[in-house]
Design a protein around this ligand. Structure first.
Ligand code: CA
Length: 266
């Protein structure tokens, strides 16, 4: 799986700081960003170009070069929108679009904004893309400012959508599209990472998720001592916020990881 996290800081800052850009990117990925975009493109130079520009524009970027990797990232990282190339080595980008649109709203949001970016420029191809459920279609060669404007417009529309599907566990409700969470009627104030962590745990409320799984899914990084401390401090903060709302959730299972709750949801 190919993926990269992005930075909340201007791309050039890493160079200015004279430090290892890869490392800085990882550190910055723990901050907050505009939105998380899934970029599915097998052409390396195009992917690099797009990722660099999107990161400089304050997006978190998840990269995939195959249908398989993209599918996995859709299920585990909850992107806010996806840019999808059609000709991929292990299949067609349209399969990804069909997969998202068929989703029951569990792991993959069926309303995920999807923009096709392709060299297939014929009208028939374009119509096929829209029939499969894409929201926008950009032909290569493309202009980055135009692509950026289209993505921004898609995200704006999504955020205005009033009927987002909510995930519920007992008194807890999560809205993946607006990244809002509530306890009963009370909205919770969560950071992006706290929300992503809560969403992951809420998918299977009584299962224990290992620290490795959570770090990979929420931060996209491997388990190290520093990473584990980051996870633990986010989990502790999340637990305190939920406790302040009157529920005991986010259970630390010593030596293993976390689960949302001990018993069945009431
Ligand atoms: Ca391609």
């Amino acid at each position: 799986m190919l993926q990269r996290h992005a930075a909340i800081s201007p791309a050039g800052a890493a160079a200015q700081a004279g430090a290892n850009p890869g490392l800085l990117r990882t550190l910055w990925s723990m901050g907050e960003t505009e939105a998380t975009l899934l970029l599915v493109e097998d052409h390396r130079a195009t992917r690099r170009f797009l990722a660099d520009n999107l990161i400089a524009d304050n997006f978190e970027v998840l990269e995939a070069d195959t249908v398989r990797a993209a599918r996995e990232l859709m299920r585990t990282r909850y992107p806010d929108a996806a840019i999808v190339d059609l000709g991929l080595p292990d299949g067609d980008g349209l399969e990804l679009i069909a997969l998202a649109r068929r989703s029951d709203g569990g792991a993959v949001d069926p309303d995920l904004p999807l923009l096709v970016l392709t060299g297939r420029t014929g009208e028939l191809e374009l119509l096929r893309g829209f029939r499969r459920g894409c929201d926008d279609y950009v032909a290569k060669p493309f202009s980055y400012p135009e692509l950026h404007a289209r993505i921004a417009a898609l995200l704006r529309r999504t955020r205005r959508r009033p009927t987002a599907r909510r995930l519920r566990v007992g008194a807890l409700a999560l809205d993946p599209l607006s990244r809002q969470a509530w306890l009963g009627e009370q909205p919770l104030s969560l950071s992006n990472k706290e929300f992503a962590l809560l969403r992951m745990l809420a998918r299977e409320p009584t299962r224990v998720f290992t620290r490795e799984e959570l770090l990979r899914a929420v931060w996209g990084i491997r388990s190290t001592e520093v990473a584990t401390r980051t996870l633990d401090s986010h989990a502790a903060r999340l637990r305190r916020k939920l406790l302040a709302g009157g529920v005991r959730l986010v259970v630390n299972v010593w030596g293993v990881g976390y689960r949302l709750m001990d018993g069945e949801p009431s």
